[in-house]
Design a protein around this ligand. Structure first.
Ligand SMILES: Nc1ncnc2c1ncn2[C@@H]1O[C@H](COP(=O)(O)OP(=O)(O)OP(=O)(O)O)[C@@H](O)[C@H]1O
Ligand SMILES: [Mg+2]
Length: 327
């Protein structure tokens, strides 16, 4: 496809040229919604797109509006497929492809043996996840894979797993396998990680910590941070001043009698949301100060009343197009 023909600016174009994009952030910040929105956009732009949900919590089904996503990619809409990672099935596929073992029909005994090994040797489950994703890239099965990745903490262990295993096993098949995975993961043209954060104290602090860890422990490219659930300012400066006069002085009772108690409560709520926005703005400033200038920031508003997954995905996709257009 020609991403530029979609009206995307350089940031959007270079993002849509990637092969593998991890979307991560603290729990609940909007990883699944953002992943689904980006995947909708890339599929609409004509890219053969895969969404891979790593911690199968079912969020992807909700955001994409389809049921029962499994290990085998399921078609969602033209050019758009979704799968849920499953380490046992990834292992069965690996054994079948690499060791030429016959198709394993029942996963039961394998799953038990696998659990035993995986719990004894750290990094096994992680490398199966990353290995499956890198395999899909190497085989050119998709134009782009968006990974609805694990929350902040786990993503680092997944990304470093090929290096960790390579240090344990220095020769032979395993070594060869980890080398090409590391090549894909550290190639900024093919692979990237997008951080999603909400303008709140803990998500901002955790995101900055995560960036520091990713910088020291991995060589993954970090082109973009998406600040999600940003509140718009409901009042102008002059309007806020009128509010302060009413609520700060002795006009309150008269005002409430005048407008009625329900209207007064509504205005109070709006004022509260305005205050919340100011505190969020402070956390956004902290975030921007903490991120190095090589990471672009993109803002997505808080969509009131968009509890329906697909509706939110569409609104988010529209906001992302606006943000990724232009420079
Ligand atoms: N911009 C937004 N405006 C309004 N609601 C939003 C927005 N982004 C996400 N949400 C809502 O916030 C909740 C969490 O979003 P989502 O499931 O995408 O987050 P997540 O990071 O994937 O969460 P988890 O860590 O549990 O997987 C959902 O109910 C979603 O509908
Ligand atoms: Mg999620």
């Amino acid at each position: 496809m020609e991403p530029s023909s979609q009206g995307l600016g350089p940031l959007g174009v270079s993002l849509f040229e990637k092969k593998l994009v991890f979307v991560t952030g603290k729990g609940g910040v909007g990883k699944s919604s953002v992943t689904a929105a980006l995947a909708r956009l890339s599929s609409q732009a004509g890219l053969r797109t895969l969404v891979c949900e790593v911690d199968s919590s079912g969020d992807a089904s909700n955001s994409l509006g389809i049921e029962d996503i499994g290990f085998k990619p399921k078609n969602v809409s033209p050019n758009l497929y979704a799968m849920a990672m499953n380490t046992e099935e990834a292992l069965a596929e690996y054994l079948r492809l690499n060791l030429k073992l016959p198709r394993i029909t029942t996963l039961g005994p394998l799953a038990r043996a696998f659990d035993f090994v995986a719990n004894a040797a750290p990094g096994i489950k992680e490398i199966l996840i990353v290995g499956k994703l890198c395999f899909e890239v190497r085989e050119h099965n998709w134009d782009i894979i968006w990974v609805d990745a694990s929350a902040s903490g786990h993503i680092v262990s997944q990304l470093v797993s090929p290096k960790g295993i390579a240090e344990l096993v220095k020769i032979g098949l395993v070594k060869e396998q980890t080398d090409w995975m590391q090549d894909i993961l550290s190639d900024p043209v093919q692979t990237a990680l997008i951080l999603v954060v909400t303008p709140e104290e803990t998500p901002v602090a955790e995101s900055l910590e995560l960036v520091a860890r990713l910088r020291t422990e991995t060589s993954i490219s970090l082109p973009m941070c998406i600040v999600n659930k940003v509140f718009g300012e409901p009042f102008s400066f002059e309007e806020s001043q009128i509010f302060d006069e009413i609520y700060g002085g002795d006009l309150r009772e008269r005002f409430e009698a005048e407008v009625g108690s329900s209207a007064a409560s509504l205005l109070q709520v709006s004022r509260l949301s305005s205050g919340l926005r100011s505190s969020r703005a402070r956390h956004t400033t902290d975030l921007l100060m903490g991120l190095d200038s090589s990471i672009s920031t993109v803002f997505i508003p808080y969509f009131m009343g968009s509890e329906n997954g697909v509706r939110l995905t569409l609104e988010m996709a529209e906001a992302l197009v606006a943000e990724l257009s232009g420079s």
